[in-house]
Design a protein around this ligand. Structure first.
Ligand code: IVH
Length: 674
């Protein structure tokens, strides 16, 4: 008899997991914490195991998800890319070993224990030692060809070192992003008024799927390799030999792995890994235990989703329980209202945590988080701690469900929700919180860099009503500022001098400081180079904007909309009246149509390009305002590598200089081969 309540719950779980898979794999923007997702998956797996009659071949527990997205060529893996089954306890891990020993009729099995890298799975194909392509897992059978972005990874060799390269080999691994790079990019995005990424994995997943080579070249990805797919000739007999082979070929390999006998030793290795993984360049969310002997691997075989000869053991994310004292709402520069958990301070993963994100109104409602609750806070791969649940046993009897404010807590304006967005926003551009954030941004180091105009000063100026919008900064009066305290003559004069200097700051700093949605420092530089003045930029058409590599359709529309806003037109003309004259960037090269992507950049050419002769490539770059030099240094912006690229390519990889191919160069030049 099928229990309808269980069948219902299974259906519900499958639906919910599919929805999260869509966000996780295709958009790289999860709606929930990894731990919450894992809990849903576990519940489903347990129900399916207890009710085999309700199993289904397309249940999310039986498939590997699907990351394929429009805009990419798909490629069929020669050998499918599988996933791994997860375990969460020592007992489950021992059960895996017991199953395998029974299946293979062995007393003790040799295992390799490896870190489980929390990145984006990739399959690289090398033919006779040359890189041919990089493909995502996709649905396991066929994935997206992301070769163009993989070529930009400085540590990935296009030609293998050493000898003994098979005719064809698929090498499997993980693309990841370091924490520092993750922080750098999120900082830039925040400055541009864009949502940050939740963790390095999501950012790496978003980056491998960028269609814009300029943007991709700005983000540094890394890679580590640990497995084999198809090989045209036998290469190794034991899995651990692979790591030595990969290293000899000059490929980036795992920082540590353990070859052990039996599950006790495997468990000890996992403990050792847990103690050292914080020092790794990549985030590790567990260990992978693999049978070492390839012959035995073949004998054990696989299910549709995962091999029987390997298993993942997931480390528990660090969690703590604490009191949720209050929920406050932060108003961002663009008006987004973000709920923040104000916690009784608690120790978590070596730091004291007193605030955590609650993501958005939907998440608070879904978890039914209430002020006064004892909540569970987690810091997993995520950098920002998150509230992942409530300890209901400790809920005070008088507690009430949290009501997300319908009004901006700063200015009282009715909050709105834009179609397709989870976030609530304050639509009032004059909202003091937004004004403060906009002024702070304008004056910050990354923009006008006005010394003396930090958070506290901005708060004062906005509270006094002296500054309501950016141009007001340039109307501040000495006599007013002198009323702010005793002995403030010197600091006042310094501030006024810094403001005066800012009037002639570089154009890109102004563009960045305006806070146009989607325009960070890098895009601001491109716009400054292309248009040369605020007026020219304000008059640019969407087509002209979109023609700049690195400016996508959405950003182009955002820029146009910004300058169409009458309020912003008044802002610009006031700036002009107040004597603000940004310094345009130095002219790069000759000619009207300098391509923003190439102008001012230094290139090094190496190897034989498929179509262009060296001189042709040089001429094209120079006409577009770029420079070509003979040797690679830290000052080189791009190395264009063709066939037989040699030491210059190696140097570029060592220095972390982006490496592009001919097609990417042509794209940057706004040309194509067609
Ligand atoms: S082996 C057929 N080894 O974790 C076995 N996978 O959750 C394929 N992963 O699909 C995987 N580190 O993308 C293997 N040392 C490691 C790994 C690893 C991370 C990823 C891989 C896999 C996923 C399963």
């Amino acid at each position: 008899m099928i229990d309808p309540a269980i069948a219902d719950r299974i259906r519900q779980l499958r639906e919910e997991i599919r929805r999260h898979d869509e966000h996780y794999y295709r958009e790289a923007r999860p709606l929930i914490a990894d731990a919450d997702y894992d809990a849903l998956k576990r519940e489903l797996a347990e129900l399916e195991a207890a009710h085999p009659e309700l199993a289904s071949p397309d249940s999310p527990t039986a498939t590997v998800g699907d990351d394929r997205t429009p805009g990419f060529e798909t490629y069929r893996h020669r050998e499918p890319m599988q996933s791994l089954d997860n375990t969460y306890s020592e007992a489950e891990l021992r059960a895996f070993d017991a199953r395998l020993r029974k299946l293979l009729g062995a007393e003790v099995l040799d295992y390799v224990v490896e870190p489980k890298v929390d990145g984006v799975a990739v399959s690289l194909t090398y033919e006779r030692g040359r890189f041919v392509r990089a493909v995502t897992r996709g649905n396991g059978v066929e994935g997206d060809d992301i070769s163009a972005n993989a070529r930009l990874i400085p540590t990935l060799p296009m030609t293998l070192a050493g000898t003994g390269h098979p005719e064809v080999v698929e090498i499997r691994g993980e693309i990841f992003m370091t924490i520092e790079e993750f922080r750098r990019i999120n900082r830039e995005r925040e400055e541009a008024g864009l949502d940050g990424f939740a963790n390095p994995r999501n950012l790496a997943a978003g980056t491998v799927k960028l269609l814009d080579p300029r943007e991709a070249a700005r983000r540094r990805l890394d890679i580590v390799l640990y497995g084999l797919g198809f090989v045209s000739e036998p290469l190794i007999r034991r899995h651990h030999e692979l790591h030595e082979r990969l290293a000899a070929w000059g490929l980036p390999t795992l920082e540590r792995f353990w070859t052990v006998q039996g599950i006790d030793a495997a468990w000890a290795a996992i403990a050792e890994l847990d103690g050292m993984r914080d020092a790794f360049a990549y985030a590790t969310d567990g260990a992978v235990v693999k049978l070492d002997d390839l012959e035995l691997q073949r004998e054990a075989g696989s299910t549709a989703r995962a091999p029987r000869w390997a298993i993942a053991y997931k480390f528990a994310a660090e969690r703590a329980e604490t009191l949720l004292r209050d929920i406050t709402i932060q108003v961002g520069r663009t008006g987004v209202l973000t709920p923040v958990a104000e916690l009784a301070p608690v120790q978590l993963a070596g730091t004291t945590v007193s605030r955590a994100t609650l993501h958005n109104a939907d998440e608070i409602a879904r978890k039914d988080v209430r002020i006064g609750d004892t909540v569970i806070v987690e810091k997993a791969g995520e950098i920002i701690p998150a509230v992942v649940g409530v300890n209901l046993e400790k809920r005070p009897p008088q507690s009430v469900p949290y009501r997300f404010p319908t009004q901006c807590p700063e200015c009282g304006t009715e909050a709105i929700r834009l179609p397709g967005e989870v976030a609530w926003r304050c639509p009032n551009l004059g909202c003091p919180a937004q004004v403060r954030r906009r002024i702070e941004h304008f004056a910050s180091k990354a923009c006008l860099d006005i010394e003396g105009l930090g958070t506290a000063m901005v708060d004062t100026l906005v509270d006094k009503g002296w500054v309501r919008s950016i141009p007001d900064i340039f109307t501040l009066r000495r006599e007013d500022l002198l009323t702010l305290g005793r002995n403030v003559e010197k600091s006042t004069d310094n501030l006024l001098a810094a403001i005066e200097r800012a009037k002639r700051a570089e154009l890109w700093r102004f563009i960045h400081g305006l806070g146009i949605p989607g325009v960070g420092a890098a895009a601001a530089k491109d716009l400054a180079r292309r248009f040369g003045s605020l007026e020219a930029l304000a008059n640019a058409s969407v087509e002209e904007l979109e023609a700049i590599p690195g400016i996508g359709a959405k950003t182009a529309l955002g820029i146009r909309a910004f300058f169409n806003e009458p309020e912003n037109q008044i802002l610009l003309s006031r700036l002009q009246d107040l004597g603000v004259q940004p310094t345009p960037p130095p002219a790069a090269g000759e000619g009207e149509d300098n391509n923003g992507a190439v102008a001012g950049k230094t290139f090094v050419l190496t190897g034989t390009l498929p179509h262009l002769k060296r001189d042709e490539a040089r001429a094209k770059i120079e006409v577009a305002g770029g420079k070509v030099t003979g040797s690679v240094s830290r000052k080189t912006d791009y190395v264009v590598a063709g066939d037989e690229a040699g030491s210059k390519l190696t140097k570029a990889q060592q220095l972390g200089v982006p490496v592009i191919d001919e097609a990417q160069l042509l794209e940057m030049l706004g040309e194509s081969l067609a």
